[in-house]
Ligand binder design. Structure first.
Ligand SMILES: NC(=O)c1ccc[n+]([C@@H]2O[C@H](COP(=O)([O-])OP(=O)(O)OC[C@H]3O[C@@H](n4cnc5c(N)ncnc54)[C@H](OP(=O)(O)O)[C@@H]3O)[C@@H](O)[C@H]2O)c1
Length: 295
């Protein structure tokens, strides 16, 4: 590859960031990392609103993944951390980028929760936003990059579905009960799940970094959403385990509160319009392939 870039990655130590940095380096790009800990090449403290702005000096692209974990009970203080860790960090990056004579492109994580919690229509990037705390987070998070986008710099927002990996995230959490044979559908199982394999998501980020045509919201999901019942059946088949113990909606709500309502109980069928239009090739386009590869 001739057009190699210098790329600043935040959240580089996370589930997505770790394989993404490796994939970018394998493509010949130079990767710098920005972290709260000494493990990064550069440091920031988002809660204290400070960063080493030299991290952005001379970079061609910023890939912003960092943010407080969503997968915890949403107390008021956790909600503030979820929001501020994403919005304030984006502002820090954007302010530093605006100081550069050659401004870097911005590829930011976002979520399909932008479209809300429960929708009967199939949504694509042109669909309007929806209800809920995570929708508000996604709007503010994407919106925080507006001052950079307004200068004409390419900005893309990766509205990511449920990332499937045995190493972490939703699937890893489900594996223990399913392996023990006490897994099952969640609620009535009719809610649609829009998912993507970790490998495909990493390649979608690489694609977004390298492909100037990708701009604005990009739905980072597989081409086919599945119902939770079909997902459950396929997971049982891949693991060779029964899936006869449903997890009732009321139990999910009691255990996880609003977090459960806006994640495992949410009903969103999302189309990856931009990725299809720009001919992105999925390695795992079906849920069976993705689960077989992950497990
Ligand atoms: N995984 C999914 O299913 C999924 C779906 C939709 C959207 N996303 C979004 O994609 C991004 C990356 O996801 P991931 O699964 O890789 O996340 P992850 O494994 O939780 O990693 C996130 C990284 O963000 C940094 N971080 C954590 N808490 C922070 C805080 N309070 N303030 C500043 N930085 C903080 C950490 O890096 P340092 O310790 O190095 O600072 C951490 O490694 C997230 O923003 C997530 O919301 C993920």
């Amino acid at each position: 590859m001739s057009d190699t870039k210098t790329i600043l990655v935040t959240g580089a130590s996370g589930l997505i960031g770790t394989p993404l940095c490796a994939a970018l380096r394998a493509r010949g790009h130079t990767v710098r990392t920005l972290s709260r800990s000494d493990r990064g090449d550069f440091k920031w403290d988002v809660a204290a609103d400070t960063m080493d702005t030299s991290a952005v000096d001379g970079v061609d692209a910023i890939v912003h993944l960092a943010g407080e974990s969503i997968a915890q009970r949403w107390t008021e203080s956790v909600k503030v951390r979820i929001m501020k860790s994403r919005v304030d960090s984006t502002r820090l990056l954007v302010d530093a980028a605006l100081e550069q004579s050659e401004k870097p492109i911005y590829i930011g994580a976002s979520g399909i929760s932008f479209y809300g919690i429960d929708r009967d229509d199939v949504v694509d990037e042109s669909s309007e936003t929806g209800q809920g705390f995570l929708a508000e987070v996604a709007r503010e998070w994407e919106g925080a990059a507006q001052p950079l986008e307004a200068t004409g710099v390419r900005c893309a927002y990766m509205r990511t579905g449920i990332v499937l990996s045995a190493k972490g995230g939703a699937l890893a959490k489900m594996l223990t009960p399913f392996k023990l044979g006490v897994g099952g559908r969640i609620g009535d199982g009719q809610q649609m799940m829009s998912w993507i394999s970790l490998e495909d998501l990493v390649q979608a980020y690489v694609f977004a970094v390298e492909n100037d045509a990708l701009t604005g919201p990009v739905n980072a999901v597989a081409p086919e959403a599945v119902s939770n019942a079909d997902f459950t059946k396929t997971l049982g088949k891949v693991l060779g385990r029964p899936t006869i113990f449903p997890l009732p909606t009321q139990v999910v709500k009691a255990l996880f509160g609003d977090m459960g309502k806006e994640t495992v109980l949410s009903n969103l069928a999302v189309l990856p319009g931009q990725l299809i239009e720009h001919n992105f090739q999925w390695q795992h386009a079906t849920i069976e392939k993705a689960l077989q590869a992950s497990l």
